[in-house]
Structures are given as structure tokens and as C-alpha cells.
Design a protein around this ligand. Structure first.
Ligand code: HAM
Length: 444
């Protein structure tokens, strides 16, 4: 029984009180991305396994240990997407978007799946907001990308963050770095975990993001890639820093950022939480991946992007008590005293809902007293009671539940009069300085 009454480890339900906040985060992020020229792309939840193996690299932790891979009934190996970049590149290539005017800028909000050890801010199913910009090689593009990530967090009032940047060079200059890494790790080869022993020859850079404490300890003394980058990569990195300085975006250089995926080249960055309880939690990460499109069969297309963990952002917003839009409340509860009145309530509700108002009436057969109690419980902003007299006179009193003020409404014109009344109240609130328009989201 426990199996069907408990969610799978590492997954979480988003209950109604939370979904409104998450929707706000997602909408805010997508709208801001739009201001930077990004349009939303939606890709399937699963892709051919090979896409991720080729895209992210078959020696990465994500591919080697964390993918939800299975054979479908047709015997094809498919994988629940662990991230959004490979799918976005595949979709843009498949639909010819990269053959049109570049850059091609896409944004997304996706559910992702990784078989990781669950802990605060780390789940097996999680959501990412992300953007990908295909066909932009200049340092200005890198700075614009980092600015968008930072501004997304600032717009959501997520303060206490730190931007860290690094350059991990191009495949050419990285060859020398990989040799240096091999030499470093070879000295303590026998201490490395089994996976990292296998990575030593093929891709020693991936040892740097192994989560095993012994490998992580040996990695702290490893040489950093910034010491090995070529002149062209160094120049590009200087350009990124200049642009960031020009837009006054504070950052730190952290030569130890390598990111956990193979497709990155040159600029990489992370935005970390500085909030005491979540110190070091990576809220967003990304960078340049100039070789990915080619790796997937397209033309050489310098590209870049980032992913932001929506649950992590939400955790930080809660900790900071960041402001959220007012909780959406029922604007009108229509109480009915008999079955004729209930029918009229249903008609009125339909009419008002068609104009976008949140209207409710009794659908469970409550007494009038219980209906009013329920209206109170759902914090209905207004109520109206319909009974024999109201139907006969075609008039009813609308009560503002906050002030107690009553307005006499005519039933045939109810929808129009309600609309006008609500508009007058908005005007009044604006004149009074917005009143309580922005309030902290109530916690359960
Ligand atoms: P990533 O660093 O693996 O990069 O993930 C991006 C963000 O997703 C992380 O910074 C974190 O906030 C969130 N995240 C990752 N794993 C989890 C998890 N298990 N639970 C909760 N949140 C998580 C990528 O995925 C790249 N595709 C980003 C990118 C886009 N690079 C270029 N374009």
C-alpha cells in the first residue's frame, strides 16, 4: 500500500498553494527572456539516448550514473531528458532554425530527470528554466547571457547571490591541460573511484566533478584550466570581462569551475546562493558550447546558454520571503437560497467567468449559513445572496467582504455592473497607493 500512497523518492508534488508561486517564477523568467529576444521552445520529455551520450559526453556523471534510460516497446533506447540543451540543439537542427538568420534564441521551462542522491535543492525530477543562443561567437553574447541569468534572479527578488565565471578553453588548448591533469591524477590513480580510474585516460576533466569525497579531495590540488588556455581563448575571456564591467555586473573569477558536461568550451559561469542556509547551492549554470551543434551533425555553430533550477530559486525566495503577487482569490461567491436561485447563480457565474472573473457558487448542497461560512473560508472578496425576493425584484446586494460595504446590483446587468465596480475599486486602490497589492505569499 505504501508504494501507491507515497511519491517516488526524489520527486515532489506541487500543491496548489505552491503552484501559483512556481508559475509566477516561470512566467517572469520566460517574459524577461523574451525581452532579450528569446522565444519559447517545447521539446519532448524523452529523446533518443544517443543524443545525450553524444551531446553531454559519455564520461560525464549525468550520462554514466544519472540517466533514466529504458527501452520502449519498439526496442529503442530512450532517455528522460536530464537537461534542456541537447534537446534544444536537436530540435533547432531538425527544424532548420539554424539555417535561418542567426542568432537563433530559444528559451524553455522543462521538467528534467536525474538519478541523483536526493537532498535539499536536489531532486530526481526537477524543473529548469533555460535559454540557448545558437550562432553567436562574440564575448558580448557571453556577457549578455550572464546578464540575463543575473537579471532573472534580481527580478524575482533573489538577492544574496554570487556570479562566478571561468574559461575552460577550446579543444585545442585543452589538450595541454588534459595532459597536466592526467599527470596529476596518475600519481594517486589507485585512490580514485572505479569510474574515475576509467576516466583518467579518456577524459580526466570529469574527475574534477566526481562527487566521491576521495576524488573530490584529490581534485582540489589539480592544476586549473585557466593556466593552460590559448591566446585566442584568453582574449575572448578578457572580452567577456570587459563587457561585464561595462554593464556593471559584479562577478568573481573561479578557475575551478569546469561544469559537469562535456559540451562546454571557453566561458562557463555559475550563480551561487550566498544565503547562509543554502550557501554554495548553484542556482544557475551555463556557458558556451561552440562544438555541440557540429557534434550532433550540424555545421559549426558557436552557441551558448544556461539552465536555472526553478525549485532552487523557489527555495531561496521562500528563505528570503521574496514578494509574490497577491494570491488569486475568489472575486465573487454567489450564495443561493433555493433551487431557482441556484440556477440563476449558475447562469451569472458562467457569464462572469467568461469575462475572466473567479466566481463560485454552491455545488455541494450546503445550507445558506454553510455557504456563507465557505465563502469566508475561501476568502471570497465579494458575496451576493440570491433568494425569492432577489429573483422577483431582479435586484441583489453585493457585499464587499473586506469593508462590509454593500452595492445594489440589477440582475439583468449584473456582469456589466460588477465589471464597472471592480474597475472603480482598482482606480481607488491606485489613488490610495496600491494598498496591499503585493503581499508575501502565504505559507501553508
Ligand atoms: P546544470 O548545471 O546541470 O546545467 O543544471 C542547471 C541548473 O539546474 C543547476 O544550476 C541547478 O540549479 C539545477 N539542477 C540541476 N540538477 C538538479 C537537481 N537534481 N535538482 C534540482 N535542481 C537541479 C545544465 O543542465 C545545462 N543544460 C545548462 C546549460 C544550458 N548550459 C548551456 N545551456
Amino acid at each position: 500500500m505504501a508504494l501507491i500512497t507515497k511519491a517516488v523518492r526524489g520527486t515532489r508534488d506541487v500543491l496548489p498553494h505552491e503552484s501559483q508561486a512556481l508559475r509566477y517564477i516561470e512566467r517572469t523568467a520566460l517574459e524577461l527572456a523574451q525581452a532579450y529576444g528569446y522565444a519559447e521552445l517545447r521539446t519532448p520529455v524523452f529523446e533518443h539516448t544517443e543524443l545525450f551520450e553524444r551531446g553531454m559526453g559519455d564520461t560525464t556523471d549525468v550520462v554514466q550514473k544519472e540517466m533514466y534510460t529504458f527501452f520502449d516497446k519498439g526496442g529503442r533506447s530512450v532517455t528522460l531528458r536530464p537537461e534542456g540543451t541537447a534537446g534544444a540543439a536537436r530540435a533547432c537542427l531538425e527544424h532548420g532554425l539554424l539555417a535561418e538568420a542567426l542568432p537563433c534564441k530559444v528559451s524553455y521551462v522543462l521538467r528534467c530527470y536525474r538519478y541523483e542522491k536526493p537532498q535539499a535543492g536536489r531532486y530526481r525530477e526537477f524543473s529548469q528554466f533555460g535559454v540557448e543562443c545558437f550562432g553567436a561567437a562574440t564575448p558580448a553574447a557571453d556577457a549578455e547571457l550572464i546578464a540575463l541569468a543575473a537579471e532573472t534572479l534580481a527580478t524575482l527578488s533573489v538577492t544574496d547571490t554570487r556570479v562566478e565565471i571561468n574559461s575552460i578553453g577550446c579543444p585545442e588548448c585543452r589538450k595541454r591541460y588534459l595532459d597536466a591533469l592526467r599527470a596529476h591524477f596518475a600519481q594517486r590513480q589507485s585512490e580514485l573511484c572505479e569510474t574515475c580510474q576509467g576516466r583518467l585516460e579518456k577524459n580526466p576533466m570529469r574527475i574534477l566533478d566526481c562527487k566521491s569525497p576521495v576524488c573530490a579531495g584529490i581534485a582540489t590540488e589539480a592544476p586549473t584550466v585557466l593556466e593552460y588556455i590559448c591566446d585566442a581563448c584568453a582574449e575572448h575571456f578578457d572580452g567577456v570581462k570587459r563587457y561585464l564591467d561595462a554593464i556593471a555586473l559584479p562577478y568573481e573569477i573561479n578557475p575551478r569551475i569546469v561544469r559537469g558536461l562535456d559540451y562546454y568550451t571557453r566561458t562557463v559561469f555559475e550563480i551561487l546562493s550566498e544565503f547562509p542556509e543554502a550557501k554554495g547551492l548553484v542556482l544557475a549554470g551555463g556557458g558556451r558550447y561552440d562544438g555541440l551543434v557540429e557534434e550532433l551533425g550540424g555545421q559549426h555553430t558557436p552557441s551558448l546558454g544556461f539552465g536555472m533550477g526553478i525549485e532552487r530559486v523557489w527555495l531561496q525566495m521562500q528563505a528570503l520571503q521574496a514578494p509574490l503577487p497577491e494570491k488569486h482569490l475568489c472575486e465573487l461567491y454567489i450564495a443561493a437560497m433555493n433551487s431557482d436561485a441556484l440556477q440563476r447563480a449558475a447562469q451569472l457565474a458562467q457569464e462572469l467567468r467568461a469575462s475572466g472573473w473567479h466566481v463560485e457558487y454552491d455545488i455541494v448542497g450546503r445550507s445558506l449559513k454553510a455557504q456563507m461560512k465557505y465563502a469566508d473560508k475561501i476568502h471570497a472578496k465579494n458575496t451576493v445572496v440570491l433568494g425569492e425576493d432577489e429573483l422577483k425584484n431582479q435586484r441583489a446586494k453585493l457585499k464587499d467582504m473586506k469593508t462590509g460595504a454593500e452595492e445594489l446590483m440589477t440582475l439583468p446587468d449584473f456582469a456589466d455592473e460588477f465589471e464597472r465596480l471592480m474597475l472603480r475599486r482598482v482606480e481607488r486602490d491606485i489613488l490610495e497607493g496600491f494598498g496591499d497589492d503585493v503581499t508575501p505569499f502565504p505559507q501553508p
